[in-house]
Design a protein around this ligand. Sequence first.
Ligand SMILES: Cc1cc2nc3c(=O)[nH]c(=O)nc-3n(C[C@H](O)[C@H](O)[C@H](O)COP(=O)(O)O)c2cc1C
Length: 468
Amino acid sequence: MSAEVDPDLEVTEIVDRTVKAGGPALLFEHPKGARHALLINQFGTEKRMCMAFGVDSLDDISKKLSNVLELQPPQGLLEKVRGLQTLKSIADSRPKTVRKGPVHEVVLQGDEVDLSLLPVMRCWPDDPAPFITLPAVITRDPRDGSRNVGMYRMQVIDRNTTFMHWQIHKDGRADWLATDGRIPVAVALGLDPVSAYSASAPLPKHLDEFMMAGFLRGEPVELVKGITVDLEVPAHAEIVLEGYIEQDELGTEGPFGDHTGYYTAAEPFPVFHVTAMTMRRDAIYPSIVVGKPPQEDAWLGKATERIFLPAVRTTLPEVVDYDLPVAGGFHNCVIVSIRKQFPGHAQKVMHAIWGMGMLSLTKCVVVVDAHVDVHDYEQVLFYAGANVDPKRDVVISEGPLDHLDHAPERQFFGGKLGIDATSKWPEEGARPWPKEIEMTEDVRALVDRRWAEYGLESVLPRRGAESR
Ligand SMILES: Cc1cc2nc3c(=O)[nH]c(=O)nc-3n(C[C@H](O)[C@H](O)[C@H](O)COP(=O)(O)O)c2cc1C
């Protein structure tokens, strides 16, 4: 787009309308007051998310991962070859250190550093300043040297400092808290979409997000040494901010119009000092708007939902599928279908979810039987209505809640709701459970065969015809 557009609120309004209409990625070539172009809505549809991962459906990504997680000792030559290919794809995922990269075409250090060169957006009217919203923040755990890459918003303070919004449950914050002084930090902006996505993925602490990106891309992420920090940074990033954060330097960050749909309150967060700003010539600055769902981040969340299903199944093999509704802000609700095998099985699954990685922050878990399509919210509501005796089937518990959740009495801690919408067994206190109404398969097949005779084709295609 060649029109001059203001990163102060105006871009948000354009993007909000575009995302909600399923519109295209937008490149603002002339953002007001900045030297660099602004790219936004790169992840804004399922189709673009699939293009980013080079797959036809997001489920294809999770298949790739389940091949690794379900690796068994091979039987026969073919399985051995397949197993070796899978192992090789893991070995080839490790980031590769290279000597030079386009991210060092321009190097600004010391007084040359100036964040106002970038079209950093102020997204919502009550945001006090512009926020960098799509960064991949790189740190190293001072205890074991393992790398962490995470996506945390950064409120701009002045030309060379920002806040770092490391929430309480996050690995980046743990790295910072483990230092006794200053932690080096590098922030990569404008990565290939899979690496950018990986920064938002809830990986266990010891796993390197760039390794995961390499695995998902089928090609290692290339890294170069930072210029003023002892960290490696993506060689092909558009922009990298290098710097440090002190253990004891905090300031008041926020409020910020967040993905909760509300402004999250101002709170103390650490200050990031930028010692170098390196970039490609004509670097493009990437951004994202979060706010009342649905926004562009919905598709980052859906990718995580699909990619992590095989990992959930390693602990809970009874899980058929799960869905984190976008409108539920992801951590507010999980719908999960299970192969029920014993009384209390639904409750076991709820408690397991409340104990599993970032899923532990889930406020409400709805458990349905295996045949229920968890992505069809009408179906889920049907079973949640028909199968639930609220006195018997509702679990109220408590535990950790999302940093940004404004509803609980106390920050970080509060109530959990579990709804067991599975069919009940006698041992669970049910009277004889009625049979669900279903048409027989032979009548369905008969009607399929005769559909054209009924003269209804123009009103309704024959069952299954759309998938022909
Ligand atoms: C667009 C976007 C913005 C995010 N902003 C923040 C943030 O400001 N602070 C935060 O702690 N997490 C934020 N997250 C979530 C983290 O990126 C996510 O939890 C990630 O797994 C954190 O990595 P870590 O566990 O390695 O620290 C954001 C996610 C997305 C997609």
